[in-house]
Design a protein around this ligand. Structure first.
Ligand code: CA
Ligand code: CA
Length: 378
């Protein structure tokens, strides 16, 4: 989904079709499979298919709906699977507002921390002109459908190119809504936006949705295309997966205690830990190097996940899951004292991995753009 590069390193052209991305994915899978022995010391768990959707790009659920899984479909719908069975009517259908295809579409949903009381939720999508919008809706009393007339816009960001739209929404431990913004697209951040604090492109943006008026703040800069970030539900630590250009995919980590400070994740002065452009990163943000990187032997477009805090798979508890869209590789790691340890490639693969997601109880799911939704299981 977030594939901004092919295995050979060239950016997917503007408006690239999903079909093209899938061709790239299969080519990369062949290249990556021999690069590493799978499942070294792997625990006995896997991802079991539970339901099929149409181009799913995100999975989420509010804390008050155990058994309900909200699946975001790229074209502009959110559908609810209750204990593995689809509800007949969509939770949200804004297809007429969305431009979808390639890296564009309805990209994620986040539920307000007080959703059980206020029924507010937020979506991030590219509109019919390709620009990013973050809007709020209120669900009906039964929680089965959005009330479209409650729509309120919290963020608008013009997009200069079709790719690198970011699109992840998540509430932080501070109660703010965080929005992942890509650098605007093309390749190499041609207008150098990620290091420029005058634009929200290439940033992690923070919004106080309790305020009367939208006033987005920059929480971090130096991002290329944060294709999924998450806060550890146990302690609030932040994990960002940032898609690389030609060489390096990366995972970034920020402990809860430092989230309030301005972090600079380096792009486009750095790609992963490597120099990309010969310039000094913006000194206003504290430069943060990734806790983990991988190269083209293992994949070509990272998909960030979650620290597993569910109860179904004991051996996976406390491990951060992430994967690669192109090869379908899945890895886990833990972060200790600010460094990744125990990085492990799992024995399972999910080609076209578009996203991970958590349900109300913290059980872990994965989505493939080709349709399947999986649940982490023993
Ligand atoms: Ca540049
Ligand atoms: Ca970086």
């Amino acid at each position: 989904m977030s594939s901004a590069n092919s295995c050979s390193g060239a950016d997917v052209a503007r408006g690239a079709a999903i079909v093209a991305a899938l061709v790239v994915a299969s080519a990369c899978a062949a290249a990556g499979s021999s690069a590493e022995s799978a499942g070294r010391e792997a625990a006995a768990y896997t991802f079991r298919p539970i339901v099929r959707a149409t181009a799913p790009v995100h999975v989420a659920a509010p804390r008050n709906k155990p058994g309900w899984l909200y699946v975001v479909e790229q074209a502009g719908t959110i559908r609810i699977a209750v204990n593995g069975r689809w509800r007949a009517t969509p939770f949200l259908d804004i297809r007429r507002l969305v431009r979808a295809g390639g890296e564009q579409g309805l990209l994620s949903v986040a539920f307000h921390p007080n959703y059980a009381e206020n029924r507010l939720f937020y979506v991030d999508y590219t509109d019919t002109n390709g620009n990013t919008r973050v809007v709020e809706y209120r669900a009906n009393a039964a929680g089965t459908a959005a009330i479209l007339r409650t729509r309120k816009q919290w963020l608008f960001v013009g997009q200069p190119y079709a790719n690198h739209n970011g699109g992840q929404l998540a509430f932080g431990p501070d109660g703010r809504l965080y929005v992942g913004m890509g650098d605007g697209g093309a390749g190499g951040d041609p207008e150098n936006r990620a290091q420029n604090l005058a634009t929200l492109l290439g940033k992690l943006v923070r919004i106080n949705v309790s305020a009367r008026r939208p006033s987005p703040q920059i929480a971090a800069l130096g991002l290329r295309n944060p294709w999924r970030f998450s806060f550890d539900r146990a302690n609030g630590d932040l994990y960002i997966a940032d898609v690389g250009q030609n060489a390096w995919e990366e995972v970034d980590f920020m402990p809860r205690a430092r989230i309030a400070g301005l972090a600079n994740y380096g792009w486009d002065a750095y790609e992963g830990r490597a120099r990309f452009e010969p310039k000094q990163p913006n000194p206003r943000g504290r430069l943060v190097m990734p806790v983990h990187v991988y190269g083209r032997g293992d994949g070509c477009s990272v998909t960030g996940g979650f620290v597993y805090r569910g109860s179904a798979v004991t051996s996976a508890r406390g491990r951060y899951f992430f994967g690669d869209f192109c090869t379908g590789n899945i890895w886990t790691l833990t972060v200790a004292n600010g460094a990744a340890t125990g990085v492990r490639r799992e024995s399972v693969r999910i080609p076209n991995l578009s996203s991970f997601g958590e349900d109300a109880r913290g059980e872990l799911y994965a989505a493939a753009l080709s349709g399947e939704i999986y649940k982490l299981t023993n």
